[in-house]
Design a protein around this ligand. Structure first.
Ligand code: V47
Length: 378
């Protein structure tokens, strides 16, 4: 015990010695004293020039929770429609109803897409679309049932809070009634998309038609009350300020203190191509690593931080595992939202590819399901 304790304090001393930014060193003292970081500390993390010092703290936090394990899921991302009434300026995926390449998959077509890609292997289907005014409530029930039939071993992580709000309104249901019925049809969890950044200033500039931060958080709170686990995201690298990023983390953390239902946080790297914001450069590698590391340190009550390789690229996703991330998301099969906005990664990866990436980064791959339960370890 004594040896373990002195090893632990040696490690802290070494970590503190290596921090070159005095403001970050003060944050590190709080971190090692197990004090919760406040918004000012978060800002220090995001703005420090001591990238490696910050990375070490975030690495210590991820190792304390998960050791050298790094998670992935064998999943399939499917977008049932791209027709959207919201027309967010950061999005290259949405189409108008009269567009020649707008689509709405029938439940049967959605099931066929899933059936075409080793459906018995799948542990999860990530099923999201857009704010399409056409389909009625029975469509969503039939869609879940058809996809579940095509991939019976998969959990369905379906519909963002933005879609749940739209589906419920269109059907004249409360969020609770809507979620309860969708759960009976096969829904297991909600993905984290649609949060963007909890800033009314940025919402007015980039996504004025989308639900507000308050509504997004309230839909998730309803899901959590019903025992439906959800994820959370931040879309970053566009017009947001560092303070707005930190406030986003603070609001997620405050809600999680109350509702405890967020399982994972996914930082979404803004891709500008083919969007109305194509003049923006998107974030740099250093900015991306800082957001991931700061998320790990600030979101102390959300267990998993995903390095979504589709948006990070494989090399930065591997690096992110050393900067606080513990999960690479999944096999995906055919990603569309980021690729329409210029992503240069492949649209999917095999289980073997993911495991090799994790091993090469110095971690132990662990296959998980939607609930982050271990499926099989190497
Ligand atoms: O909701 C849209 C964002 C999200 C762009 O919950 C863009 O497990 C970057 O939410 N550049 C979809 N981002 C992705 C998503 C997600 C991915 C993986 C796992 C999970 C999960 C969730 O991507 C959208 C939107 O916030 N987005 N356009 C763009 N141009």
């Amino acid at each position: 015990m004594m040896t373990e304790r002195s090893n632990e304090s040696d490690k802290r001393r070494i970590a503190l010695d290596r921090i070159t930014d005095p403001a970050l060193a003060a944050v590190a003292q709080k971190f090692f004293a197990r004090e919760r970081l406040d918004e000012a500390d978060g800002l220090v993390c995001l703005e420090t020039r001591d990238l490696l010092g910050l990375g070490q703290l975030a690495y210590a936090a991820r190792i304390a929770r998960f050791g050298k394990r790094a998670f992935y899921v064998v999943n399939h991302h499917l977008n049932y429609t791209n027709i959207c009434a919201n027309a967010c300026k950061f999005c290259a995926f949405h189409r108008t109803a009269d567009s020649t390449d707008g689509y709405l998959l029938s439940p049967g077509e959605a099931a066929s897409r899933i059936s075409a890609s080793a459906p018995m292997e799948l542990k999860e289907v990530h099923l999201v679309g857009a704010i399409n005014p056409e389909p009625d409530f029975s469509y969503f029930v039939d869609l879940l049932a058809a996809v579940k039939k095509a991939a019976p071993r998969a959990e369905l992580k379906a519909f963002t809070a933005v879609e749940i709000d739209h589906i419920a309104r269109r059907a004249g249901l409360s969020w609770e009634e809507c979620l309860t019925t969708l759960r009976a049809a096969g829904l297991s969890a909600l993905p984290g998309g649609g949060a963007e950044v909890f800033s009314e200033r940025v919402r007015q500039m980039l996504f004025p038609s989308k639900i507000s931060a308050e509504t997004w958080l309230a839909v998730h709170a309803t899901a959590h009350r019903l025992g439906i686990g959800t994820n959370a995201t931040l879309l970053f690298g566009h017009l947001e300020t560092p303070t707005e990023t930190i406030k986003h983390f603070a609001r997620l953390r405050a809600q999680q203190d109350q509702t405890r239902g967020f399982r994972a946080f996914i930082p979404l790297v803004f891709h500008p191509r083919n969007t109305e914001m194509a003049h923006l450069p998107g974030p740099t590698g250093v900015e991306i690593l800082k957001v991931i590391a700061t998320a790990r340190l600030m979101l102390d009550n959300i267990p998993h931080i995903k390095a979504y390789w589709i948006m990070l690229g494989l090399k930065l996703a591997q690096t992110a595992l050393h900067f606080g991330a513990d999960d690479l998301e999944g096999t995906i099969v055919h990603e569309k939202i980021t690729h329409e906005a210029g992503a240069t990664t492949s649209v999917g990866l095999s289980r073997k590819d993911l495991e090799e990436l994790i091993v090469d980064a110095g971690f132990q791959p662990v296959e998980r399901d939607t609930f982050h339960q271990t499926v099989a370890a190497l």
